[in-house]
Design a protein. Structure first.
Ligand code: ASP
Ligand code: MG
Length: 415
């Protein structure tokens, strides 16, 4: 008998009638002859509500201990699994809920962002063999000593992928409130097309440039353990997008998708003395302040002075400027820091880029034709990213999406 792992996110169980919908879907899957494990997130908004409650009782400027935070946050998923199991049982099915600890998910002791160390799924197997549907709490585990831990925001995806690997599931389905992975955000490009399949690396690159359908850590885990999974909607029966290892035919599609990220800012530090250690000083200070930077560009110095630019979230810009002020004097005599917000990133992603020449040229020429000025450019093996003025991002995305033929019916040879 085949084993199927289904994951339902917070919106899929956000209201009682949605929970009934999940119960019906899970029962359907069982009726089709599968053994079913359903991993469930907290009801939509619940984790945030718990975080707010913690802040209220702790008081401003103080942090609750992370141990207690985990005890608190784990209740969100615990509520949801009990309700889903009850709904299934009320429909005449046989379901049991299992917390992370009961399902054998052992983690390290890093509270609020624990890593899975080991899974012993004996209890899950036992219930499945017994004809039960196992309803598993996402996002949580326990340390070897028995402390409750959570896996970081969005961690239910990881629970599903890791459990699918541990029990060698035949299929892993991530149910969410969108139909799958699209060639671009359909709110920006209405004719964006749902992809039949995408490789792990492409999905990771799309995620890092704004297409957040799944927690990246889960995709990395899936890649490492070769877990194929399907992203699809819990609200209809449309087929979703299969996320898998790449195959030869995937390379025939040059660009899989276009992704964009708004609310970015650029920082340029010019006049940095060209000797070892300066880049380390700049980015060391930024890292110490816990600020994430993204595109980093430095030009080759012709005059003994270099310019260093990077992007970051607009929300972190003021803090980055404050952090960098004292560092400037250490990296040159006449260093200047310029910052600008109102920036957005646009990326094209596709493993086909490795074997097709001229993708960058085509992207840049297309943007020029549309009157869009490119500010920064960075590339990886399968991604080209540019920054543009935020008020031009929609035009830019639309033109590039059109130029690479992503909107209309293109034939994909993959399968
Ligand atoms: N409930 C957790 C969160 O909101 C985990 C999840 O939804 O995957 O981050
Ligand atoms: Mg979620």
């Amino acid at each position: 008998m085949s084993i199927i792992v289904q994951k339902y996110g917070g919106t899929s169980v956000g209201r009682p009638e949605r929970i009934l919908n999940v119960a019906r879907r899970v029962l359907d899957a069982q009726a089709q002859g599968h053994q079913v494990v359903a991993v469930v997130s907290a009801m939509a908004g619940e984790t945030n509500r718990l975080i707010d409650l913690a802040a209220e009782v702790t008081g401003e400027g103080r942090q609750p201990t992370e141990r207690e935070m985990d005890v608190l946050l784990a209740t969100g998923e615990q509520t949801a699994i009990a309700l889903v199991a009850m709904a299934i049982n009320a429909m005449g099915g046989k379901a049991v809920s299992l917390t992370g600890a009961q399902a054998g998910i052992e983690t390290d002791g890093v509270h609020t962002r624990a890593r899975i160390a080991n899974i012993t799924p004996g209890e899950v197997h036992r219930y499945l063999k017994d004809g039960h549907i196992a309803i598993l709490a996402g996002f949580q585990g326990r340390t070897r000593e028995g402390r409750i831990t959570t896996l970081g925001r969005g961690g239910s995806d990881l629970t599903a992928i890791a459990m699918a690997a541990a029990i060698d599931a035949d299929l892993c389905q991530i149910f969410t409130d969108v139909d799958g992975i699209y060639t671009c955000d359909p709110r920006v490009i209405p004719e964006a097309r749902k992809l039949d399949e995408i490789s792990y690396d492409e999905l990771l690159e799309m995620a890092s440039s704004g297409t957040k359908v799944m927690q990246s850590r889960s995709v990395e885990f899936a890649k490492k353990f070769g877990v194929r999974f399907e992203v699809r909607s819990s609200l209809n029966d449309h087929p979703g997008t299969l996320v898998r290892e790449e195959n030869m035919s995937m390379e025939s599609v040059v660009i899989r998708g276009v992704s964009l990220e708004r609310d970015q800012a650029e920082v340029t530090i010019s006049g940095v003395a060209d000797h070892p250690g300066n880049a380390g000083k700049i980015f060391g200070a930024v890292a110490e302040a816990g600020i994430l930077v993204d595109m980093i560009v430095q030009n080759v110095s012709k005059t003994g002075l270099a310019d260093v630019s990077f992007t970051l979230n607009k929300a972190d810009l003021a803090r980055a400027e404050t952090t960098l002020k004292p560092v400037l004097a250490e990296v040159g005599d006449q260093v200047l820091l310029e910052a600008e917000d109102g920036i957005a990133k646009l990326s094209v992603v596709g493993i086909g880029m490795r074997s097709h020449a001229g993708v960058a040229a085509e992207m840049f020429a297309t943007l020029a034709d549309a009157g869009v000025n490119i500010r920064m450019i960075t590339t990886s093996e399968i991604k080209i990213t540019v920054t543009v003025s935020e008020d031009q991002i929609e035009t830019a995305a639309q033109t590039v999406h059109d130029a690479f033929g992503l909107g209309g019916e293109i034939t994909e040879t993959g399968g």
